[in-house]
Design a protein around this ligand. Structure first.
Ligand code: ACO
Ligand code: ZN
Length: 288
């Protein structure tokens, strides 16, 4: 019944210790009940195993030898690394990742069946190891052409530009595959905000570029440059009111205020450059 469905969604964990951080979950996550009964749950930040009491957790930390996610490191710059992890080969780790992320992702249901997914996990490095910052999952074969299933920046790292790096990385992989990609729907509010921002920035950038070279723009050309679907290009242009219908033709216009805003952002970036993924550093071939 409706009531039962609602009750199962009530947040079941009040506080989690994770590495040097305390996390305050937003949503229900299906951890076994015996682990969620204390005020504080402990999660090992490397193997993602969970513990209901401090003693067991401390014992685990003494013997846990992991210092980075499993799988292959497929990207490294002076800021972050990316690891590619196969859900089938690293079932436990990936299930634990899904349980962790469910605390902050309301609407996605898979956590048990991780086999059909690859996980792209972004970390920062220090002398202690590679620390999980965020990730996205991707279906090995998506009938709908989705290049991201779930995407998450851990809350302690949100609003620092990491989500933008995750999104860019997902499109860089699509470019290497020679495919157009789109995130799985529905998007959460935060997901939509972040994607809109990414799409807007990149479309304006490329339109200014096209404009300078006096190339002819079309939705298809924009889409293939950015590995975006024509649908996402159109919806972004529409949201920005950049499409007009003139003398029987659809035209794309760049309003002055958007150019100005873009130039202002560029100016700001000279003092504090925005982090970007350097596609040349991606060591990856599409899985066959
Ligand atoms: N309020 C307003 N704008 C926001 C917010 C916010 N809370 N969060 C992100 N944005 C927009 C901003 O324009 C921001 O750019 P700016 O900071 O230069 O203004 C832009 O998105 C990118 O922000 P980042 O800092 O790069 O993104 P972040 O690291 O916070 O990650 C993410 C975004 C992954 C969506 C994060 O909010 C998150 O994990 N949320 C919880 C899980 C979730 O909802 N995931 C998406 C589900 S949909 C899906 O999985 C396909
Ligand atoms: Zn561990």
């Amino acid at each position: 019944t409706q009531n039962q469905a609602d009750i199962s969604r009530i947040r079941n964990i009040s506080k989690v210790q994770f590495g040097n951080y305390t996390l305050y979950p937003w949503y229900f996550s299906p951890y076994p009940e015996s682990f969620t009964q204390e005020d504080l749950m402990y999660i090992c930040e490397f193997c993602l195993c969970y513990y209901g009491d401090l003693k067991a957790f401390t014992r685990h930390r003494h013997k846990c030898a992991m210092q980075h996610p499993p799988g292959n490191e497929i990207y490294r710059d002076d800021y972050v690394s990316f690891f590619e992890i196969d859900g089938r080969r690293q079932r436990t780790w990936c299930r634990n990742l899904c349980l962790l992320s469910r605390m902050f992702l309301d609407h996605k249901s898979t956590y048990h069946d991780v086999d059909p997914f690859l996980f792209y996990v972004m970390t920062t490095r220090d002398e202690k190891g590679c620390h999980l910052v965020g990730y996205f999952s991707k279906e090995k074969e998506s009938a709908d052409g989705f290049n991201v299933a779930c995407i998450l920046t851990l809350p302690q790292f949100q609003r620092k530009g990491y989500g933008r790096l995750l999104i860019q990385f997902s499109y860089e992989l699509s470019k290497i595959e020679g495919k157009l990609g789109s995130p799985e729907k529905p998007l959460s509010d935060l997901g939509l905000l972040s994607y809109r921002q990414y799409w807007t920035e990149n479309l304006i950038e490329i339109l200014l570029d096209f404009n300078e070279r006096e190339d002819k723009v079309s939705t298809e050309a924009l889409a293939s440059h950015l590995a975006m679907t024509p649908h996402d290009v159109e919806s972004t242009l529409q949201a920005l009111q950049m499409q007009i219908y003139h003398k029987g033709e659809h035209k794309i216009v760049l309003p002055m205020h958007l150019i100005k805003r873009h130039e202002m952002l560029k100016e700001k970036q000279k003092t504090k450059p925005k982090r970007m993924i350097d596609p040349a550093r991606i060591q990856w071939k599409p899985p066959v």
